[in-house]
Design a protein around this ligand. Structure first.
Ligand code: NAD
Length: 495
């Protein structure tokens, strides 16, 4: 077990143009440790004035030293940053876990994996070239350039603040952009701790700026005319507002939003492996992950056998101190999130749902703990089956045929991820191709990698993070036409 968070409240400053500053207004935001339910850090409560200063700094960096660096030189800085993240992984994880109450061991695994994003995109930086376009006119040489889109506004959620920022930062830096980052007001501290590494890695001031604050700062960033691209991870409701605000300036957007992802278990599945995958999919990270497998779709003939296994394990999940390496589920990250989940459980109870396990706040813990909950006896039109819960709650629905499974899985406005459990390779692939989801795992769940595109269909978002294509999202493509002969052409016949 690691040290319990200290009783003293730590003061953080934010990063604008290479300087660590307070909000111009002098206001501060308190960050609560959800495990002990106490304020542990204060951060600047930035607003439109601070956002404007950060955008100005990011623009200056883009037009200054950073803008003239080669892709190879940017890659070198990124590799150095990756090394520094690896060296500081424990520190970042400890701050993150204190801020959002997620398991230290999970946050540590994320912080240790994050350097791979920097290394992958550092390597990609000088390999993302344009094309020479074969011209039908022999007197033209035509080629494309992928130029940095410019200043990027990155808005992140509370569940995995630093890793999810890495998904944005690494391709944006590889493309040559500069950034203004706005972390969640619930978990701002880990991003500030992470930001200390930029200067150490040797990035010029202003390449990455962090403005902490709440909705006001997010809104100011979304509507700022100096932002060329918004990259947002959060709820679909906020994502829509970000997109609407950005539309005023035709700001490019990538949105990574929520989900109601199905874990589909067929009667030919390895039931032990499937039960394990279902548990990992919904109770890992206390269900506070966009890709949570929150809908279990199970073939009717194996429902009892599967639920028995899943429920037995759910009942033994060890709730407790997120810093304790033996803990399996921590608390809800924030009070509003705890209240939201409890409200959904109460409404499900009132509408006659059957609770196979859990269903209430943990009687054994103070703070925002909710038991691992499995809800059966529901219909697809109920709130608990339709809406994102973002907590440790599994909604169970059954199907008879493969066609019904696909129809049920696709009966959602979301489309982030899906799991398929079957021992038939043909069925797995066939079903994967019919699902409207950005990621499909067959006999696995909740795996991501820097080189594999991640993103959603429908209300789960726009665009993709990770993979080579992520860099493209941080560029504008320019076509350059060079006339080779110098011949004078008829000005009224340019077709
Ligand atoms: P949220 O939408 O409430 O907040 C996300 C960010 O937006 C925060 O930084 C917040 O301050 C900011 N914000 C709030 N109002 C804003 C506004 N009007 N304009 C601009 N910015 C504003 O989301 P959350 O509760 O922090 O995170 C949980 C959500 O994130 C879930 O829906 C989850 O599914 C989603 N999520 C998605 C992914 C993914 O990759 N698809 C990953 C993790 C989380």
């Amino acid at each position: 077990m690691l040290d319990k968070p200290s009783a003293t409240v730590e003061d953080f400053k934010m990063l604008i143009g290479g300087a660590w500053v307070d909000a111009r207004s002098g206001k501060q935001l308190a960050s609560e440790n959800p495990y002990v339910g106490e304020v542990w850090a204060n951060v600047p409560d930035g607003d439109a004035v601070d956002v404007d200063a950060a955008v100005t700094a990011a623009r200056a960096a883009l037009q200054g030293e950073w803008g003239s660096l080669s892709a190879q030189a940017r890659g070198k800085l990124m590799r150095r940053l990756g090394d520094l993240i690896a060296e500081n992984a424990k520190d970042i994880a400890q701050v993150e876990s204190t801020d959002n109450g997620k398991l230290y061991k999970e946050m540590l695994a994320q912080a240790k994996y994050l350097p791979e994003w920097l290394y992958y995109f550092a390597g990609a930086a000088d390999k993302f070239g344009g094309d020479v376009i074969p011209s039908e006119r022999p007197n033209f040489h035509i080629y494309t350039r992928h130029e940095p889109v410019g200043v990027v506004g990155a808005i992140t959620p509370w569940n995995s603040p630093v890793l999810l920022l890495g998904f944005k930062l690494a391709p944006a830096l590889a493309a040559g952009c500069t950034l203004v980052v706005k972390p969640s007001e619930h978990t701002p501290a880990s991003t500030l701790r992470f930001a200390e590494l930029f200067e150490k890695a040797g990035f010029p001031p202003g390449v990455v700026n962090v403005v902490t604050g709440g909705r006001e700062a997010g809104e100011a960033l979304s509507r700022h005319p100096g932002i060329n691209k918004l990259t947002f991870t959060g709820s679909d409701v906020t994502g829509k507002k970000v997109m609407q605000a950005g539309a005023e300036n035709f700001t490019r957007v990538t949105l990574e939003l929520g989900g109601k992802s199905p874990n589909i278990v067929f009667d030919d599945a390895d039931l032990d492996a499937a039960a394990n995958g279902v548990i990992a999919g919904i109770f890992g990270a206390t269900g506070q992950t966009c890709m949570a497998g929150s809908r279990l779709l199970v073939q009717a003939s194996i429902k009892d056998a599967l639920l028995e296994r899943v429920a037995a394990r759910a009942k033994t999940i060890k709730l407790g101190d997120p810093m304790d390496m033996g803990t399996e589920m921590g608390p809800m990250a924030t009070r509003p999130q705890f209240e939201k989940v409890m409200g959904m459980l109460d409404r499900a109870k009132a509408s006659g749902a059957h609770f196979v396990s859990g269903g209430q706040a943990s009687p054994d813990h103070d703070g925002f703990f909710i038991e691992a909950t499995i809800v059966d006896g529901i219909t697809p039109d109920m709130e608990i089956a339709k809406d994102e819960i973002f907590g440790p709650v599994l909604s169970v629905l059954t199907f008879e045929t493969e066609e019904e499974a696909v129809a049920l899985a696709n009966d959602t406005r979301f489309g982030l991820a899906a799991g398929i459990w079957t021992q038939s390779g043909q069925r797995g692939t066939r079903v994967a191709h019919q699902l409207r989801a950005g990621t499909v795992w067959i006999n696995a769940y909740r795996v991501v990698a820097p080189n594999v595109p991640f993103g959603g269909f429908g209300h789960s978002g726009i665009g993709r993070e990770n993979g080579f294509d992520a860099i493209r999202g941080y560029t504008e493509t320019k076509a350059v036409w060079t006339e080779l002969t110098g011949a004078t052409r008829d000005p009224f016949n340019i077709g």
